[in-house]
Design a binder for this molecule. Sequence first.
Ligand SMILES: NC(=O)c1ccc[n+]([C@@H]2O[C@H](COP(=O)([O-])OP(=O)(O)OC[C@H]3O[C@@H](n4cnc5c(N)ncnc54)[C@H](O)[C@@H]3O)[C@@H](O)[C@H]2O)c1
Length: 445
Amino acid sequence: MVKEQLIAAITDKRARVGVVGLGYVGLPLLAEFAGRGFQATGFEVDENKATQINSGESYIGDVSASVISDLVAGKRLRATTDFDHLKDCDAIIICVPTPLRKTKEPDVSYILSAAEEIKQRLHQGQLIILESTTYPGTTDEVLLPMFEETGLKLDTDFLLAFSPERVDPGNPEFQTHNIPKVVGGVTPDSTEAAAHLYSQIVKDVHAVSSARVAETAKLLENTFRAVNIGMANEMARLCYALNIDTWEVIRAAATKPFGFMPFYPGPGIGGHCIPLDPHYLSWKARQHGFDSRFIGLAEEVNSRMPEHVVQLVADGLNDESKSMKGSRVLLLGVAYKKDIDDVRESPALSIIDRLRARGALVRYHDPFVKEVHFDDAHTEGGGEPLASLPLTDEEVSNSDCVIIVTDHSGIDYSQVTRLASLIVDTRNALNGELRRDSRARIIRL
Ligand SMILES: NC(=O)c1ccc[n+]([C@@H]2O[C@H](COP(=O)([O-])OP(=O)(O)OC[C@H]3O[C@@H](n4cnc5c(N)ncnc54)[C@H](O)[C@@H]3O)[C@@H](O)[C@H]2O)c1
C-alpha cells in the first residue's frame, strides 16, 4: 500500500521532497526539510530565483544565505526550473501564489499550472500536498479529478492532502518549525502520510477529518484577523470623531484577563493574505447561495483606512493654514508591516496614490524597500515609481507632514519627533516618552 511505503521512506529519510513555488512560504519549507536530512528539490518558474538558490543566496528575509549555501554545498537542497525532476520526488508540496482577479474572484491558475506539471509525471507511490491558501473544495474537487485522469487511483497509487501554511514573515519568534501544522487528507491514508511527513519538521501536527476542513480552517484564521482589524479600525474612526484616544481605550480594555483579545487599527490591511483570503471564502459561500456579511463589512471598513489617513493629513495641514496641494509629505515605511520588504497590497501605495491625486509632493523612506511602483494609480502621471530616500535631518525638517505608515524597528523616531512639524502616526509608533519631547504636532489614528 502506498501509505505504508511512504511512511517507511519518510521515517528513514529516504523520501525525496519536492516543493513547487519558492517564495515566502516555499523556500523556508524547502530549507526546513533539507535541514532535517531530506533530499529537497525546489521547483520554480523564475529562473533567477533558482539560480540564486543554487549559488547559495537567499532572497527571503527569514532564510539566511548561510543556511542555503550550507545545504546546497552539502547536496541536500537544490532548485530547478526543470519539472521533469518531479518524477524523482516521493512527496510534492505546492506553494504557489493564490491571488484575486480584478473582479475579486479567486485566481487558482497558478495551482492549476503546478498541478498540470505534477499530473504529467504522476506515478505510483507519490504524496501530493497543497499548501497554497484556497477555497474549500479545491483539493478534492479540482486536484483529485485532474490526478485521477491519469488512470492512477487514490490510496492505491497516490495520496493527496491539504495543509495550510501559517508562516508570518519577519516574526523572529514563530517560524516554520514551531508553528503547529493543520493537515487534512482527501482520505484517511492521505492524512496519515502527510501528517507523518510534517511531523519530521514541525513539533505539533493537528490532523483533521478532510482537506475541506483544513482549507476552511485557514480561511477562518485569516477572516478572523480581517474582521477584528476591521472592528479596531472602526473604533479608531469612531474615537477620532469623539476626540477620544483609541490606543488608550484598547490598552484599558486589554487589561481584562478573559473574553478580550486586543486588535489594533492601522492605515489599512496589506500583504498576500489578510486582504485576499476572506474573498476565497465569501466567493465559495456565494456559489452556495450564502452571503457572508462580516467579510464584506470588514473589507469595506478596512479599505477606507487609506482615505482616512489622507484626511488626517489634510486636517493637520489645514490647521496650519496649508493646503494639500504643493505640501511635502514624507511617508515612513511603505511595506505592509514592520521589518519586512513586502509591499503587496500595502496601504502605503494607496495612500501615496491618493496624496498625489490631491497634489501633494510625496517622498518616502523605508530601510527595507528601495523602490515602489504604482500600476493602478488613479492620477494621470501619478504612477511614477518612487525610490526610498535617506532619512536625513533635512528631509524630515523640510517636510510639511510625516506619516508613519509602517512602524519599522530600525527608524530613529526621536529624530522625527525632534525635527518634524506635523506627524500622522497610524501605528502608535511614537511612545509617550517621545511624544513628550516632541516639537511636532502629532495626530494619531
Ligand atoms: N506570504 C505569507 O505570509 C503567506 C502565509 C500563509 C500562506 N500563504 C499562502 O501561500 C501561498 C504562497 O504564497 P507566497 O507568499 O509564498 O507567494 P510568493 O509569491 O512569495 O511565492 C510563490 C512562488 O511561486 C512561484 N511560482 C508561480 N507559479 C509557479 C509554478 N507554476 N511552478 C513553480 N513555481 C511557481 C513564483 O515564481 C514565486 O516564487 C499563497 O497561497 C499564499 O496565500 C502566504
